[in-house]
Design a protein around this ligand. Structure first.
Ligand code: SDX
Length: 426
């Protein structure tokens, strides 16, 4: 069947371009041959640009749909654990019971970082942001776990590196917090689940036991599942771009952590709580809504809006339900900060500006509130996002290397600088 083509007429010249269609979602014009016609496309922020093909995650922003390897996020959040999702994202299918047992065993075996890694923490000031520490320590893993005998083109080496990252990042995240509190590191325990281990390393000390609360560990597990992957977001695209040069996988994930840190991306959960603290009471909500709508004011409503979702973010719907469950089960329904958040959400959702621009609360609006209710400090919200997203980053990195059509990423530009001119005689 003749391939559908797009016709471009540029300076009187007709250029035919193939249309590519994936298994779901709207089609794309393949412009990869355009450079030979000495013309480029221009798309700041890549709003209309597909950089790769991927079979890991599908997002339909219009419908508010999110699928991981075809499975709806609502069903995954209901029926699975985070490590099921990590396995699914990397391998393409959910694990059967034998596969799951082996996978969990491997993750547990790799959960302890090299003992010398502890020294890297000591190079940071105690008040360093946990994300600064995570960028540094995860980046330093490239010097411990990926020597000249490890090759990115070796599937077993990629699988081992992916499992090492999924296993060690929670330990590094928890130790980043313990370090900031001047507390000794607590080690992962074999008998605890992935979420229980993180919470134990965060909140217990060598001489005080952390009492696991199933409400908290279940809600935390849901946070990890909802943040595991989201197709070509800024941090995942960063991991892919860094990985496209054949870079060390631990350096790639460190770059992803750095990108996620920004308040426009994964830093939005921490920024949401900071914003709620600044608004302080319901009487000031309208003042901030007004500022968010004022083009001359750089203030934006943190936790609202999304590049893709112009309908409800399906993760936010699940996170909101978890938020209400946790607030009720922990008796926090009347906590002022949570009441303020729910009031802000109500006012914004009824405001014409937000309705018209289709700015809904995103996953970060509610995840910050839930993490605060779970006792996780604001400074650790994005670190939790990073440990959850590690599963998505390594899955996309692996998929990119596996794709023989992958090339080093090298975007072009529109040059707006000086025309050619001689250096003056100095
Ligand atoms: C995540 O990409 C992903 O998948 C990300 C993520 C993932 O899982 O990886 O889903 C996680 O990063 C979620 C987003 C978290 N960020 C925030 O909550 C920060 C607040 N949100 C905004 O900064 C903004 O909505 C973005 C960055 C999320 C999206 O920005 P876009 O797509 O570039 O949208 P835009 O800036 O073009 O906004 C469109 C319009 C603009 O007004 P006009 O110029 O058309 O008049 O909406 C306005 C914006 O000013 N707008 C907002 C707003 N977000 C957009 N106005 C007030 N408050 C906001 N939050």
């Amino acid at each position: 069947m003749a391939k559908i083509k797009a016709k471009l007429i540029i300076q009187g010249k007709e250029i035919e371009l193939p249309i590519v269609q994936g298994s779901m979602g709207y089609p794309a014009i393949d412009v990869s041959s355009l450079h030979s016609n000495t013309i480029k496309t221009f798309d700041p922020g890549f709003s209309s640009t597909a950089e790769c093909s991927s079979s890991i995650t599908f997002v339909d922003g219009g419908k508010g749909e999110l699928l991981h390897r075809g499975h709806p996020i609502e069903q995954l959040a209901e029926k699975c654990e985070y490590l099921d999702i990590a396995y699914l994202l990397f391998n393409g299918e959910l694990p059967n019971s034998r596969e799951k047992t082996g996978y969990i065993k491997s993750i547990k075996e790799h959960s302890l970082p090299h003992d010398q890694l502890n020294n890297i923490f000591r190079g940071f000031r105690r008040d360093a942001h946990p994300m600064a520490v995570m960028v540094g320590v995860v980046g330093s893993m490239s010097a411990f776990y990926f020597d000249e005998n490890m090759k990115v083109n070796n599937q077993n080496h990629r699988k081992l590196s992916a499992q090492r990252l999924i296993a060690k990042v929670p330990t590094i995240a928890a130790w980043s917090y313990a370090y900031s509190q001047g507390r000794p590191f607590v080690y992962p325990k074999d008998e605890l689940s992935y979420s229980e281990n993180f919470l134990n390393m965060m909140f217990s000390t060598p001489n005080t036991k952390y009492l696991q609360n199933p409400v908290i560990s279940k809600a935390f597990e849901k946070i990890l599942i909802l943040h595991a992957d989201h197709e070509q977001n800024a941090s995942t695209s960063t991991v892919r771009l860094v990985g496209s040069s054949g870079a060390n996988p631990f350096a790639c994930v460190a770059a992803g952590i750095a990108s996620l840190w920004g308040p426009a991306h994964g830093g939005a959960n921490e920024a949401t709580l900071k914003m709620l603290g600044e608004i302080r009471n319901e009487g000031r909500i309208n003042e901030y809504i007004k500022r968010a709508k004022d083009k001359t004011d750089s203030f934006r409503l943190m936790g609202f809006g999304h590049r893709i979702y112009k309908n409800k973010d399906p993760r936010a719907i699940i996170m909101k339900a978890t938020c209400h469950e946790v607030l009720d089960e922990l008796g926090l329904r009347n906590d002022p900060i949570f009441k303020l958040a729910l009031k802000l959400e109500k006012i914004a959702l009824e405001d014409e500006y937000f309705v018209k621009k289709k700015l809904y609360p995103n996953v970060d609006f509610y995840s910050g509130i839930v993490m605060k209710a779970l006792g996780i400090p604001n400074s650790m919200f994005t670190a939790v996002f990073a440990l959850a997203r590690t599963a998505g980053w390594v899955a996309h990195w692996n998929e990119m290397i596996l794709n023989e059509n992958s090339k080093i990423g090298r975007p072009r530009q529109i040059y707006t600088g000086k025309l050619r001119r001689d250096v003056p005689n100095l």
